[in-house]
Ligand binder design. Structure first.
Ligand SMILES: Cc1cc2nc3c(=O)[nH]c(=O)nc-3n(C[C@H](O)[C@H](O)[C@H](O)COP(=O)(O)OP(=O)(O)OC[C@H]3O[C@@H](n4cnc5c(N)ncnc54)[C@H](O)[C@@H]3O)c2cc1C
Length: 478
């Protein structure tokens, strides 16, 4: 596939953050290694960014997909530093870091120090009305319950086993369900929150481990110097900054929009790849990175690697919708003194949660306005996805009017649907991923990347794209 100028050809399929990161790394690393390489990114739609999209309107900054990334996973922050945009990073509002949970139609603050499923601070936990006394006592039993077996188990099973049913239904389920857009009864603990397995192993108790972790981080906060990052980061101008910067740094001819790939095949000499597009065009490459949701990747490799395709297709995906609503401040009775709220499924609402975007990050709405960003997912409300945009807005409004005391109509409303965009890491997920990796390794000059494998957050996707780039370049050496 090497062209007449003796340059190798690489094709990245899918222009979400994973594909963009893979492209950027392929170019940067090939230069470093002295490998002459041309890289093409093929994107089916007319824009890159995938689920990441920010728009601006009348002084509002509106996130249609993700609104932040975790700073504790290093890959996104490291990429921002490499791209020279770390000065545009912003943390969450330090004055209002708490959030709320719905309980019997009323919003209560999540007790300070509560982490996903258990408390790290005892007094706020003792005082909270979210749990009954019996529920609190049951959670306290975590200090004495013996360690579990090493098998993968669901998040629901783990939380109920260690901390009881109330801990799960009233707080862990909505907090975890909101992050993973999934039903925690199926969610693999090993694949999503292995830190809790480690805590159980090391301390024999989640509460003990969280208290120790808090002490440690307080000590290190006292001893380190330099900038301290908030747990969640975004950009002054929204998440689109990362996409726009990556696009700017790629060569002009690199991105090819409106290019849906149907199939990839080995070239007959086995030395490279044929990439077949929707429009009957064929492109040839030495290296191919497929950076799509697993179901999309499965279709592409069906002929060349049917077993791999089968495993890829077995990873389920959820669909979700983000609904942004703007109001004048005086139209909302609730003080909105937090970053947002989450909703347990038992509350029978249409939304999974709502971020108070204008509080969470500075500059998201003009003074005197608020921006509320709600989520829905088909995992909990299958019927909602048959509804029109205006019906979805009405459902969300119904909930928000009641919970936040909203009067009047929104200044504007946007609905962004994300069809089959969130991989669901079911119990046993990591075994499936190991098999996928083993099949994929057998295909020379081929790599998979994306949110289906070892992490679904933006930092994980960047890491996955970057690792794929390294695997591909290493394959040229073999
Ligand atoms: C609503 C929502 C909110 C989220 N919130 C957060 C958050 O706050 N923080 C966080 O860290 N993570 C969040 N995530 C997760 C994270 O944003 C995603 O996992 C990540 O952005 C996925 O990126 P990707 O490039 O792998 O896939 P995608 O963004 O899905 O991109 C895939 C791209 O491939 C293209 N494509 C598809 N098929 C083909 C084909 N056959 N040929 C060519 N191109 C094709 C698509 O058009 C798309 O552009 C969120 C996800 C969603 C859906």
């Amino acid at each position: 596939m090497t062209n007449i100028f003796n340059r190798k050809q690489a094709i990245v399929i899918g222009g979400g953050i994973t594909g963009l990161a893979a492209c950027y790394r392929l170019i940067a690393e090939s230069k470093k290694r002295g490998i002459p390489l041309d890289v093409k990114l093929l994107e089916a739609s007319e824009r890159v960014g995938g689920v990441i999209r920010t728009s601006k309107q009348d002084g509002f900054i509106i996130e249609h997909g993700p609104d932040a990334f975790l700073s504790v996973k290093p890959w996104a922050k490291a990429l921002c530093e490499e791209l020279g945009i770390e000065d545009q990073l912003i943390g969450t509002n330090p004055k209002e870091r708490r959030s709320f949970v719905l309980r019997k139609g009323k919003l209560y603050p999540v007790p300070e120090g509560f982490y996903m499923m258990a408390p790290a601070s005892l007094w706020p936990f003792v005082k909270t009305p979210i749990f009954s006394w019996l529920g609190k006592l049951r959670m306290g039993l975590d200090l004495f319950i013996p360690r579990g077996k090493d098998d993968d188990e669901s998040v629901e099973h783990f939380v109920k086993r260690r901390l009881g049913k109330e801990a799960f239904t009233r707080l862990a389920q909505p907090m975890i369900g909101g992050v993973y857009t999934t039903d925690a009864k199926d969610l693999s603990l090993k694949a999503t929150m292995p830190q809790f397995i480690e805590m159980e192993r090391e301390y024999g108790s989640i509460i003990k481990a969280l208290i120790a972790r808090k002490k440690k981080s307080q000590q290190s906060a006292g001893s380190t110097s330099g900038p301290r990052y908030s747990l969640f980061l975004s950009f002054e101008s929204g998440m689109q900054t990362l996409i726009d910067t990556l696009v700017e740094r790629l060569p002009d001819s690199c991105i090819q929009l409106g290019s849906k790939v149907n199939r990839v095949e080995n070239s007959p000499d086995g030395e490279g790849w044929h990439v077949h597009l929707n429009n009957q065009e064929r492109m040839d490459a030495d290296l191919v990175c497929v950076a799509l949701p697993a179901w999309g990747s499965a279709t592409l490799v069906e002929t060349v690697a049917p077993e791999l395709a089968k495993q890829l297709a077995s990873i389920p995906y959820a669909s979700s919708a983000t609904i942004n609503l703007a109001f004048r401040r005086e139209e909302v009775a609730h003080p909105l003194d937090g970053m947002g709220f989450v909703v347990p499924t038992g509350e029978g609402r249409s939304i999974l949660g709502c971020s108070f975007s204008h509080v969470k990050f500075e500059g998201r709405a003009p003074v005197d306005y608020v921006l509320l960003r709600s989520f829905m997912a088909d995992v909990f409300h299958a019927a909602l996805f048959n509804q029109s945009e205006s019906e979805l807005i009405e459902s969300v409004l119904g909930d928000l009017r009641e919970l936040l005391g909203i009067k009047g109509t929104p200044t504007f409303a946007t609905v962004s649907k994300h069809s089959k965009a969130m991989a669901q890491y079911r119990v046993g997920h990591l075994d499936v991923v190991s098999q996928i990796e083993a099949y994929s390794r057998k295909l020379r000059g081929f790599a998979l990347a994306g949110n289906a494998y070892r992490g679904r957050g933006i930092p994980d996707c960047i890491n996955s794209g970057e690792e794929a780039a390294q695997i591909l370049l290493d394959s040229l050496r073999d």
